[in-house]
Design a protein around this ligand. Sequence first.
Ligand code: PRP
Length: 192
Amino acid sequence: MAQGAIENRISEVLYSEEVIQARVRELGEKIASDYSTGGSACDAEGRPPMLICILQGALVFLADLVRQIPTEVEFDFICVASYGNGTSPGAVRFIKDLERPIEGRDALLVEDIIDTGHTIRYLMRSFAARKPASLRVCTLLDKVARRETSVGIDYTGFVLKQDRFIVGYGMDYAELYRNLPYIAVLKPEYIR
Ligand code: PRP
């Protein structure tokens, strides 16, 4: 792999930093508004919504999103991995689970991208069993062309109609490029 500035490996920027930040601001305001009553997003017991970041990809999105929510929020992290071949599609194992329970809480799963839909569908079922007061999904990107199972998405940043391999803003190729501030397509010579 060549060294140097990673932006030289980009063939096309699909969503610029400015476009992403503007959309994240809108999502933050919408989430704050939806969860708020009487100027507070806390429930009757004084607990704010719990945003659940699905590592690694959603890290960058979560970090920007929470700073655009002008009301109380908490956040926590999970990390999952797929079981691979021979198991039911989307079945995942938890590498890292939440630090705190979500029973009775307003929980919002935060994804960078929903592709086939299997991961988020599995996680919705898994977290619903923990009996949160509400359970919603927010994704920066909805790659509808790849959907294999129906999922309800409450907040979507952008709908990606084409099936293109993208990197940046949390998304990787071989664990690289997550730190690009925009979402882009790699030049073919940098995809092995
Ligand atoms: C990506 C993304 C979602 C999942 C979506 O994670 O962050 O969690 O794939 O795919 P699906 O809709 O087909 O199930 P990935 O497995 O690439 O891990 P990462 O977040 O660590 O990059």
